[in-house]
Ligand binder design. Structure first.
Ligand SMILES: *[C@@H]1O[C@H](CO)[C@@H](O)[C@H](O)[C@H]1NC(C)=O
Ligand SMILES: *[C@@H]1O[C@H](CO)[C@@H](O)[C@H](O)[C@H]1NC(C)=O
Ligand SMILES: *[C@@H]1O[C@H](CO)[C@@H](O)[C@H](O)[C@H]1NC(C)=O
Ligand SMILES: *[C@@H]1O[C@H](CO)[C@@H](O)[C@H](O)[C@H]1NC(C)=O
Ligand SMILES: *[C@@H]1O[C@H](CO)[C@@H](O)[C@H](O)[C@H]1NC(C)=O
Ligand SMILES: *[C@@H]1O[C@H](CO)[C@@H](O)[C@H](O)[C@H]1NC(C)=O
Length: 935
């Protein structure tokens, strides 16, 4: 018997020796083994179909370690277990990537029975929303705790501060965004006690752990760890306040990652920064100040990532003493001055990103020859001079866009055999470039030469320009005058807009579009001189624009295949025929712009429920009515422009329910009848532009709407930057409105722009007082109606009003003095009414001329020739008066030059701020909005 026992022990022993080379011969403690078995049994249901949940994790494979735990063998040999060589106690439990799911450290977890644990790793498992139980504090000898897991929640228990021997503490939630309320959090009290007690901490990694309650003074406790701390990662933790600079100076610290903490402020140490720091990553924090010279002492620094902070000042030359740098990312800061020539010294640099700053001067020669550089982005700065000769072969990405460079296209680029992305847009290149040369760059994936209007691209007439990997080709505004020929089977995006391509679209292009380009998603041929038939977009495409050409003919029903379209822009061509029914049934179409063509027939009535339309513009065609009632299905609609057609209908009160509608233009159609509300509680709550002018509406002005235009009431006076309608830069909404009798096209609709135009109808009755509540209103046109009564004093409350036209009505009485409160009023037309009495003086009224008042024989006072009896001293309208009013002619002239409305804002700003030098900057901002005179 004995023999058998020892024999079988020997066999077991040999088995272990062969299978677990690291296994030490001591048998594991039976209590610990029992605890492990229990743990295994609580997770016996494993379903590999759940794996999808983790597929983005870095685990190359998920092995269910615990499945290999067999009761018959010694637990010290089990996968993921280490034991103490003397006592046989389990001291290490490494279950990363083990596909476990559940309350891994909950109240009943048998892991807590392994009291001698020194290392515990549960990384890349799924806590299933559970939290960590306070029993964690019982692992008094724990040195390594690694819990980077999915769905780990709740408060980190305060008992974690009992773990005074901790050296490595890694806690992060792998699956959550920074604002996820369920992510794990640590409070100020617990952090405080933990950092005070665990004085051996070498590595702290907190990722997406909510630390928003940890205060500045608690953060500064990290300086107590000066002899131990080697790496510190606090990523996306919502820490806020100012980080004590001393933390960046800790003598043993090698890696600092404080990324994605937008409210964390701080500055870089200006002296005594001689630490072994290797990585400094402050990406997306509010660190500011200048980059000090002392950075040059960080001899070991190889990664400097200050992307998206608020650093300003010059690049210190000492930065380029750091010859170990391998990554230098200063994208999107406010750095100024030249790029130091010392950059040549960074021979190990592989990534250099200085884009989005205000750097000036030439590109130093070193940038062209850094031997390891594969990513170079100097875009969006103010660099000048010409582009030099590249002599490094390693470059894969080269971006110099949006600078003030000039000179010829750098031909040395064609030697960059490894180039994948090339962006030289908007930099003022000139010279002739043979497009054929790009076929030397076999790896080229994206090419952007847009907005180089002095560049001349030559395309050969043959087809041997093969770009096998090209996906993105942007040649907008590059003087292309004929359809470029090239072979690019993988093409996805093609932008040839704003060129001078004439004639009809070649057959091969149609062929490629419909057959060869399997991945095509984006085509922009707008603003050329294309003629002939409309090209038909293929199925699969998302964006298709051929606007502003001379294309003609009917819209073919072959279009109906392209049901994947999101944006379709055929505006300003010469298209005829009917709008195909299928078009308004496309499920993802959000912009349909067919304005300024010769389309006729009625608007299709099959807008589907749940459609995606945000912008629908059919302005300037010959469409007939009535309006299709299915338009009411467009519940996301923001812009509806049906102006200048022949639509015959009553007012579409049934559109009141469109809560997102901001622009409604029905101008110049045959709408008629009295406008009555549907009775919706808040009709048109977001409406900002309401234009029903030039129709046949009768009855009183639509008071019930005016009363409820919430979108025109909440003036956002503090809004500084200009905001435009439509979040997507792919399509700029525009609208034609009338100001002072001129048609103007607002090419991008400002969200602050609000106007009401009810002119040229047959409205009668009085102007409702309630109109004075539309505080954001910038333009009001009630001209050419049959409006009676007086001007309500409440009109003086429209403090943002810039133009007011009440001409050609039957208004009477005096012009209320309250109108002089309208500080922004630039255009006033009260002509052809029956006003009487003295013209008000002061404010903007000092700038209006005779023509604002003609046809009111009973008005008197300046600037009219008829003087009032009471006012005998007939002083001429002097320059002095104007200057006293704070509105000198200069600013008015500027105003007229760049669009009246905003010009007047300028005038007043100049007045209020009293600093003419601000004018230039304001003009620039104002010119963002192009007001195009159409007639
Ligand atoms: C494991 O083996 C022990 C004896 O070695 C036995 O008492 C226990 O029930 C077994 N557990 C399981 C789950 O098989
Ligand atoms: C913790 O470590 C100390 C010193 O090594 C040892 O005496 C003690 O038994 C350990 N405690 C546990 C629970 O393992
Ligand atoms: C510090 O750690 C020791 C040892 O684990 C523990 O007894 C003590 O309670 C801890 N102190 C705090 C404030 O957590
Ligand atoms: C820098 O170090 C020197 C010498 O160690 C010390 O005297 C000085 O106070 C330190 N300066 C700062 C700002 O810490
Ligand atoms: C950088 O190097 C230059 C000379 O190469 C030296 O004069 C300067 O002191 C160095 N700066 C720093 C901060 O190390
Ligand atoms: C548009 O078509 C009309 C007639 O169909 C023609 O008279 C006109 O010249 C065309 N316009 C352009 C710009 O091609």
């Amino acid at each position: 018997m004995m023999g058998w026992v020892s024999m079988s022990s020997l066999i077991i022993f040999l088995y272990f020796l062969l299978h677990f080379p690291s296994y030490n011969c001591l048998l594991c403690n039976p209590h610990d083994k029992y605890a492990l078995s229990q743990f295994k049994n609580s997770f016996f249901v494993l379903n590999s179909s759940l794996h999808f949940h983790y597929k983005y994790g870095p685990c190359s494979s998920y092995s269910s370690r615990i499945e290999s735990w067999k009761n018959i063998t010694d637990c010290c040999g089990w996968d993921g277990i280490t034991c103490d060589t003397k006592s046989g106690h389990v001291i290490g439990l490494h279950l990363y990537c083990s596909d476990l799911r559940g309350e891994l450290l909950g109240l009943n977890s048998s892991i807590f029975k392994l009291r001698h644990l020194q290392q515990l790793s549960l990384t890349y498992n799924d806590f299933f929303g559970s939290s960590i139980h306070s029993s964690i504090g019982n692992f008094v000898n724990l040195t390594h705790l690694t819990l980077s897991a999915f769905r780990i929640s709740g408060h980190l228990p305060s008992t974690i501060s009992h773990l005074s021997k901790l050296e490595h503490l890694f806690i992060s939630r792998m699956d959550s965004l920074p604002d996820d309320p369920t992510r794990i959090r640590i409070d100020d009290y617990t952090w405080n006690r933990l950092i005070r007690n665990a004085t051996n901490l070498r590595n702290i990694y907190f990722g997406e752990v909510n630390m928003s309650s940890v205060g500045e003074s608690s953060l500064s406790l990290l300086t107590n760890l000066s002899s131990s701390l080697v790496s510190l990662l606090l990523r996306g933790t919502q820490i806020q306040g100012k980080l004590p600079t001393d933390i960046l100076r800790l003598p043993n610290l090698q890696k600092i990652f404080l990324t994605n903490n937008g409210n964390l402020r701080g500055e870089l140490p200006k002296s005594n920064w001689t630490t072994p720091l290797r990585v400094l990553s402050l990406y997306d924090t509010a660190f500011s100040g200048y980059i000090p010279d002392s950075i040059g002492y960080l001899k070991f620094l190889h990664t400097l990532d200050l992307y998206g902070c608020n650093f300003d000042g010059f690049l210190p030359p000492s930065l380029f003493n750091l010859t170990q740098l391998s990554l230098l990312d200063l994208l999107n800061n406010k750095l100024v001055g030249p790029i130091p020539t010392q950059i040549t010294k960074l021979s190990k640099l592989s990534i250099l990103d200085l884009s989005g700053n205000m750097l000036n001067g030439p590109i130093p020669r070193g940038c062209y020859s850094l031997p390891s550089l594969w990513y170079l982005n100097l875009g969006s700065n103010q660099l000048t001079g010409s582009i030099g000769k590249f002599s490094t072969n390693s470059l894969q990405t080269l971006r110099l866009s949006n600078n003030k460079l000039q000179g010829n296209f750098p031909n040395s680029i064609f030697q960059l055999q490894n180039l994948i992305n090339l962006d030289l847009s908007s930099i003022g290149l000139s010279g002739v470039v043979d497009f054929h040369q790009f076929s030397k760059l076999k790896a080229l994936n994206s090419l952007d030469l847009s907005h180089n209007s002095l560049l001349s691209l030559k395309f050969e007439n043959n087809f041997d320009c093969i770009l096998p990997n090209l996906r993105y080709l942007y040649l907008s505004s590059t003087n292309v005058s004929s359809f470029p020929k090239f072979i690019a089977p993988n093409l996805q995006d093609l932008d040839l807009s704003h060129n001078t391509i004439r004639g009809s679209i070649p057959k091969w292009f149609h062929e490629n579009l419909l057959r060869s380009w399997k991945n095509i998603g984006y085509i922009d041929l707008s603003f050329n001189k294309l003629r002939g038939d409309l090209p038909i977009p293929p199925n699969g495409i998302g964006f298709f624009s051929v606007s502003n050409n001379e294309l003609s003919g009917d819209i073919s029903s072959a279009l109906c295949n392209a049901s994947t379209l999101s944006i379709l822009n055929w505006a300003s061509n010469n298209l005829t025929g009917l709008i195909p029914q299928c078009l308004v049934a496309f499920p993802s179409l959000w912009v349909l712009d067919l304005q300024d063509n010769n389309l006729y027939g009625s608007i299709p009535d099959n807008f589907s429920k749940g459609n995606s339309f945000e912008t629908l513009k059919l302005n300037g065609n010959q469409l007939k009515g009535p309006l299709p009632r299915s338009l009411a299905h467009c519940t996301n609609l923001e812009v509806l422009d049906l102006g200048n057609n022949n639509i015959e209908d009553m007012f579409p009160y049934w559109l009141e329910i469109l809560t997102t509608l901001q622009v409604l233009s029905l101008r110049s159609n045959k709408f008629h009848g009295v406008i009555a509300s549907f009775g919706t509680k808040l009709p048109f709550p977001k409406l900002k532009i309401f234009d029903i002018s030039d129709n046949y509406f009768t009855g009183p002005l639509p008071v019930s709407y005016i009363h409820n235009f919430q979108g025109m009431m909440n003036a956002n006076d503090n809004q500084i930057g200009l905001k435009y309608l439509g979040q997507n830069s792919l399509y700029n909404d525009s609208i034609v409105i009338v100001m002072k009798g001129r048609y103007m096209e607002l090419t991008r609709i400002l969200t602050v722009f609000t106007s009401i135009d009810l002119s040229n109808n047959m409205f009668e009755g009085e102007i409702p007082k309630v109109i004075g509540e539309l505080h954001s209103l910038k333009g009001l046109n009630l001209s050419h109606n049959r409006i009676t009564g007086t001007i309500p004093i409440s009109l003086g409350n429209l403090s943002n009003l810039e133009w007011l036209d009440l001409s050609w009505n039957q208004l009477k009485g005096e012009i209320p003095l309250a109108l002089t409160n309208l500080n922004f009023l630039a255009v006033l037309n009260l002509s052809q009414n029956q006003f009487e009495g003295m013209l008000p003086k002061g404010g903007q009224f000092n700038t209006f001329e005779n023509d604002s008042y003609v046809g009111n024989p009973m008005l008197c006072g300046i600037p009219l020739s008829k003087s009032c009896k009471e006012n005998k001293e007939k002083s001429p309208y002097s320059t002095l008066d104007k200057e006293e009013s704070g509105f000198g002619w200069k600013s008015v002239v500027v105003g007229y030059a760049c669009g009246m409305i905003f010009g007047i804002i300028l005038g007043c700003n100049v007045f209020f701020i009293g600093k003419p030098q601000l004018l230039a900057r304001l003009v620039e901002r104002v010119l963002n909005v192009r007001l195009i005179r159409l007639t």
